[in-house]
Structures are given as structure tokens and as C-alpha cells.
Design a protein around this ligand. Structure first.
Ligand code: ADP
Ligand code: MG
Length: 589
């Protein structure tokens, strides 16, 4: 669907060979481990040759009843030894490359996740988070097939094929040459199968993304789904994605299932050619039965690895398609990291200078030439109808977005001149929809902050009125809040967010409808906490309840992306303009 088409690997420009080389680069650090596997492969292939060699001599000596061939006595033990070596080789050849494949999956996944964390906000606005998840889980898993697994098959089965063919050439080069006549045919079918695999793999991947997207949206909105009785509707959407996924998988299966019969058929052609040539050689007495028997066995032994090499084409192509989906994100531009102007703790002066902003070209500007100076340590309140651009204006401060024109200044310097980390260290944000992590209340408040004394934590809890409800839980601060904090009320979540901001103690604070989820009683409490919170900090407070902003040093009224009024509470009321109008309406609510 829409986002799958945009982010999908089908449109990715990177050629398959390049993706493959890049995937192999992830395996390079583990080449030592991989090499142990290669030793195993060599041992395994060598035992193949040894078996053939022993068999040929056994047939020769046993059929001609040469009793002086004393080595026959040792054969049973020899077989045990050969198979022990073969088994050990097999173990090494399987375990170590698979170990490398898992390491690669982990590394690719870690890099992708880190990349996601640093993608610009604008990218999160358009990409579905479920598609992101699908790449993180499904795509990275597929990558294993393309790296170590395919390499393993190519080396191990390739070795086996080479050894067996070498053997064929040694015992009867004419017959071997006949058999090799089919090589181009095999090359052609492998190429053909690869192409089809790649096409279907890309489709499967996109449909996987769609399946997770529909499912995740349904889970996230489960309450809405229930009250609207929309289960059927959602199930129908899901069926579409699910069916698409099945169909693409079936196509892939079709290719995969036909690859084996094709190999068999081609091998049969080889065998027929060999038999044809052998007939003449046997009748002219050039070929003994022992040689011919061994020859046929060796030829049969080629078909097994050949089958596996063709079987790897699927996972390989799936891995390449998945890899290109992953690299598309890894190569996507991250957030601009900002300049090098040093910034310890800012004084906190904030200025918007001729700031205009648009989210997307076709939607046009949502902020028009905003000019606004907030002296350090003062409180600015922003009011205005919903959709007037209040949140957008505030989100320019931590550089979620950069202005389309004009600049945001902090302590008189363009915000872009500081490093992004330094800049964001100055800013706390409490917003309307507080998202908590499925963790304890304590870690949600600390949120990575270290060296916080129990005493300081306690006083923060008191100030944000968190202790009021936390003390009611038997596990107190160690209560787990559930998925996105859903076991708490909106007001409780907001108080946790306020505590988090208090603890962080930044010079700049943004409260975006931070008290909207609180009831009036709680808000009165919080009011005091907020008064503590805004002291000595530059505060941008966006409030739909006007009671929270009457004490602001300055109030601006926004409408359709512009500032239409500005001043103090009393003065603005006296003006009897937009603010007075808002004020009247809110109080009649
Ligand atoms: P407010 O906070 O005052 O209610 P916003 O700043 O959220 O208003 O929105 C201002 C305008 O920008 C609205 O027209 C809204 O549709 C649009 N808008 C908000 N967020 C986005 C976004 N992520 N992508 C595109 N448009 C957006
Ligand atoms: Mg808003």
C-alpha cells in the first residue's frame, strides 16, 4: 500500500550484487569463526572423495578376489573413522557459519534500531511504525539467509561438487566431459530461478509490512474498534494484507518446488549422456565395471550439493531483498547534528526571528513570520484555537523540525549552531499525550537519569503530586505501569511527566497542554507544582485552560499560524480582542 510502495525495496536503486557485498561486510569481523566452519566444509568434502576412492578400490579388489589385498581387513574400522571425520566436519560446517549468521542479524538489527532512533521527526510523521517494526524483525531475520547461510552453501556444496567432478575427471575424463556438457544448462536455470525469487521476496516483504501495520493499528486502537463494532471492517483490512502475503509466498513456493525437479531433469540429461558414452567404452573394453560403478556414484553425489546450491537461491534472494530494505533506512539522512558552538547550561533566552514553517510543500505554511522574544527565566503563555500552530511553534525549539525560513535563537545564537545533544539538554517537555514505557513508575520518572538521590526523588514526587497516588500502590514506585502506561489515568501519567521534567531541571521548559488531562482539583494541586517548576526557567506554556496562564509574564494569542495579540492578562482583557473572546468562551464552558 502507500507506505510499502514508498519504502519498499522494489523501488530501491541499489543493485543486488552491491547489497550482497555490503551484507558480507557485516560478516567480515567474524571471519575467524567462519573459517573454522570452512575447515569443517573441507573435511566434509575430503571425506566424500575418500569414500569414493575407497569404494573404487574395494570394488576392484573384492570383485577380482585378490586375497592378498590385506587392507580389506581394516575397512570396517576405516569406515568408522571416515564417518567420524565426516560427522565432525559436518558439525563445524553447520554450527560456526550459523553462529556468524546470528551475529550478523544482531549487528544489522542494532544498527537499524539506532538509525531509527535518529531519524528526523518528519520521517516518523509519514512512515508507519509497524512497517518499521517489520523491518526490524522480519527483514533482519531474512538477512541471515543472504550472508552466512548462502556463503556456506556456496563454499560447502561448491567444494563437494568440485571434489566429485575432479574425481570424475581423474577416473575417466571422457565420460566426465560428457557429463559437464550440461553445466551451461544448470547455470541458466539457476539464473532464472534467482530472478523469480528476488521478485517474490520483495513482495512478501512488503506484504509482511502491511500485515504488521494493520495488526498494530488495530491493537493500538482496540477500544475504538470495540465501541464502533469495527471488528469486521478491521478483519477485512487484515484479510487483504494476509491474502497478499499468502499469494506472494505461494509464488515463491512454486519457484522453489520447481527448482528441484528442474535439477533432477537436467541431471538425468547428464546421466543419459554418460550412459550413452559408457556403452561404447565398455564394449570396446576401455572401461571396467569398478570404474564405471564409482563414476555413477560420484555423479549421483554431485546432484545432492547441486540441489542444495539451487535451494539457497531462495533465502539468498530473500535476504538481498530484505537487506536492501534495511539499507534504505540505514542510508536515510538522520537528524542534522548541529554546529559546534559550546553550550553548558544555557541562560534560557529564547527568540523566534521571522520564523515560518511548513510541514509539507503541498500543505503550505502553518507558521507565518513569527517574531517573539522570551527573556531568560520568564514565562510565555501561548493560547489560540486548536490547529493554530502552538504545538508546531514549540516543537521548533528542540529541533524536532527546523524552520522553513527565519531562525530560532537560544541565548542569542541560532539553535542550529549548538550540537543537537547540547541543545536538547536544555529543554524539558511535558505534552498532552504522555507516553510512558511499560516499566516501573520509578524508571519512568528517572528515565535514564543517574545519580539521583532518594531524597531528591522523594521531594520531586511530592512537588509533582505523584506521591499522592503512588503511595496507594502496594509496590509504590516499583509498580509497573502497563503498555504505554495504560493502567494509569491521564492525570496520573501527566503528573509522572511533570516529575520527570522537574527532576531534569533544565533552563527551558515547554508545557504543551500539560494540565489538560487533570481534573480541576488535581490541577489546583499541580498548579502549585507548576509554580515551583516554572521558577527560574524560561517556560513556554501552551494551555487551553486559561486559569493556568493568568500569571504568565506575557501571553500571545495565535490564530492560523500568526500571532494576533500579545501582552499581559489584564491588558489583553482590557483590549477586548481575541484574548478577551477566548477568555469569555472558556469560562462559559
Ligand atoms: P495547535 O497545537 O495549535 O492545536 P498544531 O501546531 O498542532 O496546532 O497544528 C498546526 C497545523 O499544522 C494544523 O493545521 C495541523 O493540521 C498541522 N500539523 C500539525 N502536525 C503536523 C504534522 N506532523 N504533519 C503535517 N501537518 C501537521
Ligand atoms: Mg497542540
Amino acid at each position: 500500500m502507500n507506505d510499502a510502495a514508498r519504502g519498499g525495496p522494489e523501488g530501491a536503486p541499489m543493485p543486488a550484487s552491491q547489497v550482497y557485498r555490503r551484507l558480507l561486510r557485516y560478516a567480515w569481523p567474524y571471519r575467524g569463526m567462519y573459517f573454522i566452519g570452512v575447515i569443517g566444509m573441507v573435511v566434509y568434502a575430503a571425506t566424500d572423495a575418500l569414500t569414493l576412492y575407497v569404494m573404487k578400490h574395494y570394488l576392484q579388489d573384492a570383485t577380482t578376489l585378490q586375497h592378498n589385498a590385506g587392507w580389506l581387513k581394516w575397512l570396517p574400522l576405516g569406515v568408522l573413522a571416515i564417518f567420524f571425520c565426516r560427522g565432525s566436519g559436518d558439525y563445524l560446517a553447520q554450527y560456526f557459519p550459523a553462529w556468524v549468521a546470528r551475529a550478523v542479524v544482531k549487528d544489522v538489527r542494532a544498527e537499524l534500531f539506532l538509525r531509527y532512533l535518529n531519524l528526523p521527526t518528519a520521517r516518523y510523521d509519514v512512515d508507519s511504525s509497524a512497517t518499521m517494526l517489520s523491518r526490524l524483525t522480519y527483514n533482519t531475520e531474512m538477512v541471515a539467509g543472504a550472508t552466512a547461510d548462502s556463503l556456506t552453501s556456496i563454499i560447502r556444496d561448491g567444494l563437494q561438487i568440485l571434489v566429485n567432478i575432479g574425481f570424475l575427471l581423474v577416473i575417466d575424463w571422457r565420460l566426465a566431459a560428457m557429463a559437464l556438457l550440461i553445466a551451461p544448462l544448470i547455470g541458466w536455470s539457476i539464473g532464472n530461478i534467482n530472478r523469480r525469487f528476488r521478485r517474490y521476496s520483495a513482495r512478501i516483504q512488503n506484504s509482511m509490512g502491511d500485515v504488521t501495520r494493520v495488526a498494530k493499528e488495530a491493537f493500538d486502537a482496540h477500544r475504538v474498534v470495540k465501541v464502533f463494532n469495527a471488528q469486521k471492517h478491521i478483519a477485512h483490512l487484515f484479510e487483504g494484507a494476509n491474502e497478499q502475503n499468502r499469494r506472494s509466498n505461494v509464488r515463491l513456493l512454486q519457484s522453489r518446488s520447481s527448482s528441484n525437479p528442474i535439477v533432477q531433469q537436467v541431471a538425468a540429461i547428464g546421466l543419459a549422456l554418460v550412459l550413452f558414452a559408457a556403452n561404447r567404452e565398455i564394449s570396446s573394453g576401455v572401461l571396467t565395471f569398478a570404474t564405471f560403478g564409482t563414476f555413477v556414484v560420484a555423479l549421483m553425489q554431485v546432484t545432492q550439493p547441486l540441489k542444495r546450491i539451487m535451494g539457497i537461491a531462495g533465502p539468498l534472494q530473500q535476504g538481498i531483498a530484505a537487506g536492501s530494505g534495511v539499507f534504505e533506512i540505514i542510508d536515510a539522512p538522520g537528524e542534522p547534528q548541529g554546529g559546534t558552538t559550546p553550550l553548558g547550561r544555557a541562560k534560557g533566552e529564547v527568540e523566534f526571528s521571522h520564523v515560518s514553517f511548513e510541514y509539507t510543500n503541498d500543505k503550505g505554511r502553518v507558521l507565518h513570520d513569527i517574531n517573539l522574544r522570551v527573556p531568560a527565566g520568564t514565562t510565555l503563555a501561548i493560547v489560540g484555537p486548536s490547529g493554530s500552530g502552538k504545538t508546531t511553534l514549540a516543537s521548533l525549539l528542540p529541533r524536532y523540525y527546523d524552520p522553513t525560513a527565519g531562525s530560532v535563537l537560544i541565548d542569542g545564537q541560532d539553535a542550529r549552531s549548538y550540537s543537537l545533544t547540547d541543545l536538547r539538554r536544555q529543554i524539558s517537555l511535558v505534552s498532552q499525550d504522555v507516553v510512558l514505557f511499560n516499566d516501573t513508575i520509578r524508571s519512568n520518572i528517572l528515565f535514564g537519569a543517574e545519580d539521583v538521590s532518594e531524597e531528591r526523588l522523594r521531594s520531586t514526587l511530592r512537588a509533582a503530586y505523584v506521591d499522592e497516588f503512588v503511595d496507594q500502590y502496594p509496590q509504590g514506585l516499583d509498580t509497573v505501569v502497563g503498555d504505554r502506561g495504560m493502567t494509569l489515568s491521564g492525570g496520573q501519567r501527566q503528573r509522572i511527566a511533570i516529575a520527570r521534567a522537574l527532576l531534569r531541571d533544565t533552563p527551558i521548559l515547554i508545557l504543551d497542554e500539560a494540565t489538560s488531562a487533570l481534573d480541576t482539583a488535581a490541577e489546583r494541586h499541580i498548579q502549585e507544582a507548576l509554580e515551583q517548576l516554572v521558577k527560574n526557567r524560561t517556560t513556554l506554556i501552551i494551555a487551553h485552560r486559561l486559569s493556568t496562564i493568568e500569571h504568565a509574564d506575557r501571553i500571545v494569542v495565535m490564530r492560523q499560524g500568526s500571532i494576533v495579540e500579545s501582552g499581559e492578562h489584564a491588558g489583553l482583557l482590557a483590549q477586548n480582542g481575541a484574548y478577551a473572546e477566548l477568555h469569555r468562551r472558556k469560562f462559559s464552558d
